[in-house]
Design a protein around this ligand. Structure first.
Ligand SMILES: Cc1cc2nc3c(=O)[nH]c(=O)nc-3n(C[C@H](O)[C@H](O)[C@H](O)COP(=O)(O)OP(=O)(O)OC[C@H]3O[C@@H](n4cnc5c(N)ncnc54)[C@H](O)[C@@H]3O)c2cc1C
Ligand code: SF4
Length: 538
């Protein structure tokens, strides 16, 4: 018998899992809520592709953005051509959160990769020391991912930290601020390395593979609003490629609510969103990748765990400004505005784990606080008047390992109670501030390499969850307990249900997580295939 298996979701974890199954010619049904780009935003994109006027596009995007609620007190929300569909919720999936946490889940096609920053890397082995698998288990899956995810990353950089190179040489230039900073840091590479500071060009999931005209990034400066050339990888690109394969079925508009293993199969409880009808579908195996909160809710409701308080592990994010030498022309140029430089710090004085710093140059979201208060016209005027300042200003995002970050607790409500899906509460970790203070002290020692000053006064901490680098609710374990999963992501008591997203990470490294979530989802799919072959099902 050939099994028909089900993958839930179309985010990065789901599509990499589905890809491995489809490569093995296993028939796959992908169930997904799958909200897509709004009509208004679709119109803006089409208009831009006709007239190539980035200023007009950005003005229209800001007009749409002005109508949305703030997602975070600290950082401006990212939308896709002004469309908020990646974050849209429905009453069934609403989660109440206190002031001490930020939680955003996606019901969108491609999940949060519709709006992500596309920073990628492999994990640093020591940061997964508490996982029941090691780097060697992930390595073949990182390598296989290169066939489906374009990654721009110079080879040989940062090899003291990352065991393998991924991707290929970038086919597009950094922005002038990023290039100037990278060159300065690289000139001081040895002194920085002595302090455990590893420097490299940001590794980005950007390339020609899915780009509209096959050229990849032809810099237009719109990265913070979406890539009109489809050069920034989104899981929806791989989903669209999968849908063209025989045996792969994609069903959007479906909310998965529960599962039950019965008689050697898995019954998947669904709600059709256009009719509200509830029914169930039968599959031979199920892979759940709905993002941490939705996945955990499905598992909790299916396995009677609604009395349990789950811990969401966060790689907490801090933001600080860097005032450095001026890069003339940076504000007006239409450069790539994704992360420019990685500074990955492995220094015991700072932390026992790796701390990730990503530097960004000027982009129009930097003026969002001003725009929010005084409007887009004033923000544009300020951008013209403050060019000498803005061309000196870079922004750093710092991410910590989850062991040194705040956490969130999640409780899931029983379905049908009419009070949403659950509640989250944030819990600060004082250790996170100590790590960041030590980091800033270290970076200040390398002021010359930076060509400027790290502005500690502008330091801002995001609340637990706001990093969007979360996981850990159903951690993998070699000897799983009631609320854990085995190394194939199977919750306790399950044989044919696998959780494949970051919910199964025992801890969350400070380095970007989505690429590792994809590698781990591929690893689980490959492991499940072995189980299916042993049982003679494929
Ligand atoms: C602004 C922003 C920037 C980011 N930048 C980066 C970055 O640079 N690098 C990085 O590594 N990470 C980044 N992240 C985080 C990264 O995007 C997420 O870690 C990643 O997308 C999570 O992948 P996932 O597959 O678990 O689920 P998601 O991307 O959350 O996708 C969930 C999928 O499940 C579907 N779904 C959910 N519930 C149900 C249900 N009940 N039934 C059916 N379908 C369902 C949704 O439709 C969706 O397709 C960023 C996130 C944000 C918001
Ligand atoms: S600059 Fe950004 S938005 Fe423009 S083509 Fe390159 S990746 Fe896409």
């Amino acid at each position: 018998m050939t099994e028909r298996v089900c993958v839930v979701g179309s985010g990065p974890a789901a599509v990499s899992c589905a890809h491995v199954l489809a490569e093995a010619r296993v028939p796959v049904t992908i169930l997904d809520v799958g909200f897509d780009l709004d009509q208004a935003s679709r119109g803006l994109l089409e208009q831009y592709r006709r007239d190539r006027d980035p200023d007009a596009l950005v003005d229209e995007i800001h007009r749409l953005r002005a109508g949305y609620e703030k997602l975070s007190a600290v950082q401006p929300g990212k939308y896709l051509f002004g469309s908020d569909h990646p974050y849209r919720t429905i009453p069934d999936t609403e989660v109440e959160s206190g002031d001490d946490a930020v939680i955003r889940s996606s019901l969108g096609k491609g999940g949060l990769t519709a709006v992500w920053g596309a920073t990628v890397c492999t994990v640093v082995p020591k940061d997964i020391g508490d996982w029941p698998i090691g780097f060697a288990d992930l390595e073949p899956h990182y390598r296989a991912l290169e066939k489906v995810v374009p990654v721009a990353s110079p080879h040989g950089e940062m090899r003291g930290l990352f065991p393998i190179d991924i991707g290929s040489s970038p086919g597009f230039p950094l922005g002038s601020q990023g290039q100037a900073l990278l060159s300065r840091l690289q000139r001081c590479r040895d002194a920085l390395a002595c302090d455990g500071i590893h420097v490299g060009r940001a590794k980005l999931a950007v390339g020609a593979k899915y780009s509209a005209d096959g050229t990849g990034c032809t810099p237009c400066g719109l990265c913070m609003h979406g890539c009109p050339n489809d050069a920034i990888f989104s899981a929806s690109h791989l989903l669209d490629a999968l849908r063209r394969r025989p045996g792969v079925e994609y069903r959007p508009g479906v909310l998965v609510e529960s599962f039950a293993e019965t008689g050697g199969a898995v019954e998947v409880g669904i709600k059709e969103l256009d009719t509200g009808n509830r029914t169930s579908l039968r599959f031979d195996r199920l892979f759940v990748a709905c993002g941490v909160v939705n996945t955990t809710a499905i598992v909790a409701r299916s396995l009677g765990m609604t009395d349990h308080e789950f811990t969401i592990r966060d790689s907490q994010k801090f933001i600080f400004p860097l005032l450095c030498r001026r890069a003339k022309g940076a504000v007006r140029a239409r450069d790539n505005t994704l992360a420019q430089v990685y500074l990955t710090v492995d220094n015991q004085e700072v932390s026992g784990h790796v701390v990730q710093v990503q530097y960004y140059g000027y982009n129009d979201l930097i003026l969002e606080p001003l725009r929010g208060r005084l409007g887009n016209g004033v923000a544009k005027l300020f951008a013209r008047l403050a060019v000498p300042l803005l061309e000196r200003l870079m922004i750093a995002f710092v991410y910590l390992h989850s062991n040194e970050s705040g956490t969130l607790s999640l409780t899931v409500h029983e379905s049908g109670e009419g009070r949403g899906m659950g509640e989250v509460r944030g819990h600060a970790n004082p250790r996170s501030h100590e790590v960041v203070r030590a980091l800033l002290r270290l970076l200040r020692r390398h002021r010359v390499a930076h060509g400027g000053r790290v502005l500690g006064l502008g330091l801002q901490a995001t609340k637990p969850g706001d990093s969007q680098h979360i996981g850990g609710t159903l951690p993998m374990s070699a000897a799983p307990g009631r609320h854990e999963t085995d190394v194939l992501g199977r919750p306790s008591g399950c044989e044919q249900v696998h959780v494949v997203d970051a919910s199964v990470f025992p801890s969350v490294p400070g380095t970007p997580i989505a690429y590792t979530a994809m590698a781990n989802a591929s690893r689980i799919a490959a492991g499940a295939l072995r189980v299916m072959r042993v049982s003679g099902d494929v």
